[in-house]
Design a binder for this molecule. Sequence first.
Ligand code: NDP
Length: 487
Amino acid sequence: MSTYDYDLFVIGGGSGGVRAARVAAGETGARVALAEEDRYGGTCVIRGCVPKKLMVFASEFASMPSLANGYGWDIEAGSFDWPTFRGHLNTELDRLEGIYRSLLKNSGVETFDARARLKDAHTVELSTGETKTAKTILIASGGHPVRPDMPNADLGIVSDDIFHLENLPKSILIVGGGYIACEFACIFHGLGVEVTQYYRGAQILRGFDDEARGLIAEAMLERGIKLHLGTNIVEMAPADADHNLSGSTASDAAMGADASMMGALSAAAKGDRSGPIWVKPTSGKPRAFDVVLFATGRDPNSSDLGLEDLGIEVGRRGEIVVDEFSKTACDSVYAIGDVTNRVNLTPVAIREGMAFVETVFKDNPTAVDHDLIPSAIFTQPEMGTVGLSEEAARDREPIDVYCTSFRPMQTAFAGKPDRVLMKLVVSVATRKVLGCHIVAPNAGEMIQLAGIAIKMGATKEDFDRTVAVHPTMSEEIVTMKTPMRTA
Ligand code: NDP
């Protein structure tokens, strides 16, 4: 009989932690406890993937009336009511959090609504003052969005704050060019907000296939998002008499300022810190925005967990360093998910949690497979991607690139300029498909299926042997006969 309170103590009730806890308890009979200081469900359910995707759905209705008009429907665009949507969203998130709690309860996991930190290799201290011991401790504490290190950065919001906005702003500046920046640029634009995006690099979505990210940038500009590449914030401040659009006094500014700046001045005059924000970019004139959103990356939640005293190694961004079985430098402590900063995606954290349970509780050492992970970026249009970009593949070996870009039937019929992209990157030597990149409505749904074939090691000829589903956009993925180029 174990002398510990539990076989497993999990720190963090997000996707990875909850899955590991309930599988360990439910399938192996382990005595499991879990501590969560915030809401159950973590980033994905409460302030990430789920509310974001619901906002994507909400924003996509904006383009539907004009599409319907092209098909003969007499429909007028209505207006979007943020408080109504947010009310429905909160109800849904409450429901999902309830499901997460009951999944744990029904699996026999004991939960603590408290912050936990490691006291020693087998003991956690809870913010309630209790201490609990466990044979194994699993850290699944996730990550958090970070602001750039600059004066007044706290005037900007981060992705966690979006779902709590009282009102939709009239104008927003989004800083960053990654997943979160691009997805929310499209979402806010669809909801009727005037969106400006600053990205410091030459093209958004660094690391993804050049052609695919180029097409998304084009589509975002075409839709009216003011995307400024090679641009960053130099300075920001509450809009006031010293920080106005004319760069001089308040009365000078009032003579030339636009409507939002006039609002800024009056808000600032009333001492309202939630008023518009004055921003000086690296190029161009200062501007005022109702909201500035920093989508400038996320860091692991590893501080104040007591790691140092146990000799657990932490990397440059605060990530807990683990081996292929998710074990830290301390034999009884494991870590999974965003806190390890490997591949920061919900399904990957879940896989890491399952592999941990196999390894520690089922006597079946299972390394996590991080190869060929399909993923989607929910921009409008979406990107679905798996495997190597053309650029990464050609650095490794000679490749054939099969690619087509066209106006899809549904929107072309209504006279819309939207384009889609289907692309396969193929090894010349083995004919294996090394990468597949799709930019199209519902590309996330398509790439899940393409991902199975590519994970199985499908060759271009396997794709060719597959009969097309007609008429669809994705049929192009099996009908591209001649390489566009060899590299
Ligand atoms: P990313 O790391 O993807 O992007 C951060 C962006 O901010 C980059 O464009 C980066 O520029 C820029 N940046 C960083 N620091 C600064 C700075 N000081 N000033 C200006 N710009 C800066 O982070 P995200 O926050 O977008 O997303 C975090 C993670 O969450 C993703 O990597 C992904 O794993 C996950 N995620 C997944 C989603 C999905 O699957 N659909 C959706 C949302 C998030 P540069 O490129 O030059 O470094």
